[in-house]
Design a protein around this ligand. Structure first.
Ligand SMILES: [Zn+2]
Length: 431
C-alpha cells in the first residue's frame, strides 16, 4: 500500500469513520485513486460483500478436459475464467450466490437430472474447501461465516424450467439448499414469460402465481432477472416477501430487455426488494449492446445463407475476431447503481456480477478480485460508508431476513400447496 494511502486509511480508521474528511465549504474533495481503493478494502472487511450471481458451477460442469470434476477444477490454483480462491480473497468477497444455472433448451435430458447434478457439483465444491467456503442457508449463516473469515456460499437456481411444473420438485430443491430461483432463463415457460422470448401469458399464469406463493411460503427468494416486465409486474402484485434481481441493470440507461424498467424500480420500495446490478457489458454499455445486436444479425444471416454449420461457425469466428467488443467501464456500472438508487432508493440496490457467466467484462472489473474498484469509484463520487454497506450486502441481508420471517408466518397459516398446472391453467399449452 502506498504510504499516503496508508496514512489516510489510518487517519480515517482512528477517527472511527472510513469517510474521507470533507472540505470546510461542504464540498468533499475527491480522494486519490489509491486512497479510495484502500478505503474500499477496509469497508469490505467490515461488512460482507454479497454477490448475487456467479456461474462457476456451470464452468466446472463444462470444463474441457475434466467435465463435472470438482477436484480437477482446482480453485487453489489460477483457473481459466474469473473465479478462484486467491482472487475471491483479493476481491474481499464475503458471500456468494453460486448460480446452479441449467440450460433451458436442452433436448437430451429432463431438466431435473441436470439440476440435481448442478446441486451436486456446487455442494461438492463448497465442501472441498472448508478453510475457505462455508455453506450458507440463512442470513445468520452469512454473518457467522463472515465472522469466521469464510466465504458464505449460497445456492441460487437459474431457470424455473427446473421444477418441471411441479411444486413438490420446487420444495425438494429448497431442501437441497436453493435460496433463490430465477423464475425463467431465456425461454418462456408454461407459466411465466421470459425477457428474451415471446410473451405468451402477458406475465404469469395462475400456476405461475402459485409458484411465487409457494416460494414465499418456503423462504426461497423470487429472482426476477431474465423475466419479462409483465412477469415482474405480476410477481410484485402477488409477492408476500421482497424480490431480488440477482443480475440485472437499469433499462433507462441501456434499453436491453434483461434490464429493469423504471416503472418496476419505482415499485421496489413498497415490496422491499433489491436490484443486484450486474457488470455484463451489453447491459451496462450502449456501445456493447449495439455490438451484440450487430453480432446477432450477422449470426442470423449466416444461419440462413450457409447451410454447412461448421463453415457458418468458421465465418462467425472470423467476424468476431475482426470485430472485438467495445470496452465498457467501472464508471458505467457505477452509473447504473446510481440510477437504481435514484429511482428505487438506496435500500434497494446490490451487486450481481455474473462472473464466469460472460465472455467479456468491463475494464477494471475483469474478475472476482476487482470488486473493490467499483466501491472505490463510488467513494470518489462521494458515497457515504452507510450507503456503501447497504449496497455491499446489508440490503440483501435485510431481504433474506424478511423472506425468512414471512416463511415462518406463512408456514403457520397454510399447508404446502398441492395445486397442479392442469388444475390452475387448464390444458397445457406446450408439450
Ligand atoms: Zn443469467
Amino acid at each position: 500500500m502506498p504510504v499516503r494511502a496508508a496514512i489516510l486509511l489510518f487517519a480515517s480508521l482512528s477517527t472511527g469513520s472510513l469517510l474521507m474528511p470533507a472540505a470546510a465549504d461542504g464540498q468533499a474533495s475527491a480522494p486519490s485513486a489509491d486512497a479510495a481503493l484502500a478505503h474500499a478494502r477496509a469497508l469490505l472487511r467490515s461488512t460482507p460483500l454479497i454477490d448475487g450471481h456467479n456461474d462457476l458451477p456451470w464452468e466446472i460442469r463444462r470444463a474441457k478436459d475434466h467435465p463435472l470434476d470438482v477436484a480437477a477444477y482446482d480453485l487453489r490454483r489460477p483457473t481459466p475464467k474469473h473465479t478462484d480462491l486467491a482472487r475471491l480473497e483479493a476481491g474481499e468477497v464475503g458471500a456468494q450466490f453460486w448460480s446452479i444455472y441449467i440450460d433451458g433448451e436442452m433436448k437430451d435430458s429432463g431438466y431435473a437430472r441436470v439440476q440435481l447434478e448442478q446441486f451436486d457439483i456446487a455442494r461438492r465444491m463448497i465442501a472441498r474447501y472448508p478453510d475457505h467456503l462455508s455453506l450458507a442457508l440463512t442470513a445468520d449463516d452469512i454473518e457467522r461465516a463472515f465472522r469466521k473469515k469464510r466465504l458464505a456460499s449460497l445456492l441460487g437456481m437459474e431457470g424455473g424450467h427446473a421444477i418441471e411444473n411441479s411444486l413438490g420438485v420446487l420444495r425438494s430443491y429448497y431442501a437441497l439448499g436453493a435460496r433463490y430461483m430465477t423464475l425463467t432463463h431465456n425461454v418462456t415457460l408454461d407459466w411465466a414469460d421470459a425477457a428474451l422470448d415471446s410473451a405468451r401469458h402477458a406475465g404469469l399464469t395462475e400456476f405461475g402465481k402459485e409458484v411465487v406463493r409457494e416460494m414465499n411460503r418456503l423462504g426461497m427468494l423470487v429472482d426476477l432477472s431474465h423475466v419479462s416486465p409483465g412477469t415482474m409486474s405480476d410477481v410484485l402484485d402477488v409477492a408476500e416477501a421482497p424480490v431480488i434481481f440477482s443480475h440485472s441493470s437499469a433499462r433507462a440507461l441501456v434499453d436491453h430487455p434483461r434490464n429493469v424498467p423504471d416503472s418496476i424500480l419505482a415499485r421496489l420500495p413498497k415490496n422491499g426488494g433489491v436490484v443486484m446490478v450486474t457488470f455484463v457489458p451489453q447491459f451496462v454499455s450502449i456501445e456493447c449492446k449495439v455490438w451484440e445486436d450487430t453480432g446477432d444479425s450477422v449470426r442470423k444471416a449466416l444461419r440462413a445463407s450457409v447451410p454447412d454449420t461448421a463453415e457458418a461457425r468458421r465465418q462467425w469466428e472470423q467476424w468476431e475476431a475482426a470485430h472485438p467488443p467495445p470496452s465498457s467501464t467501472v464508471a458505467q456500472v457505477a452509473d447504473h447503481i446510481e440510477h437504481v438508487r435514484q429511482v428505487a432508493g438506496v435500500d434497494h440496490i446490490g451487486i450481481g456480477s455474473d462472473f464466469d457467466g460472460v465472455d467479456y467484462t468491463p475494464v477494471g472489473l475483469e474478475d472476482v478480485s476487482k470488486f473493490p474498484n467499483l466501491f472505490a469509484e463510488l467513494i470518489r463520487r462521494g458515497w457515504s460508508d452507510a450507503d456503501l454497506k447497504k449496497l455491499a450486502g446489508q440490503n440483501l441481508l435485510r431481504v433474506l431476513r424478511h423472506a425468512e420471517a414471512t416463511a415462518a408466518r406463512l408456514q403457520k397459516e397454510r399447508e404446502p400447496s398441492t395445486k397442479t398446472i392442469e388444475q390452475l391453467d387448464g390444458a397445457r399449452t406446450t408439450s
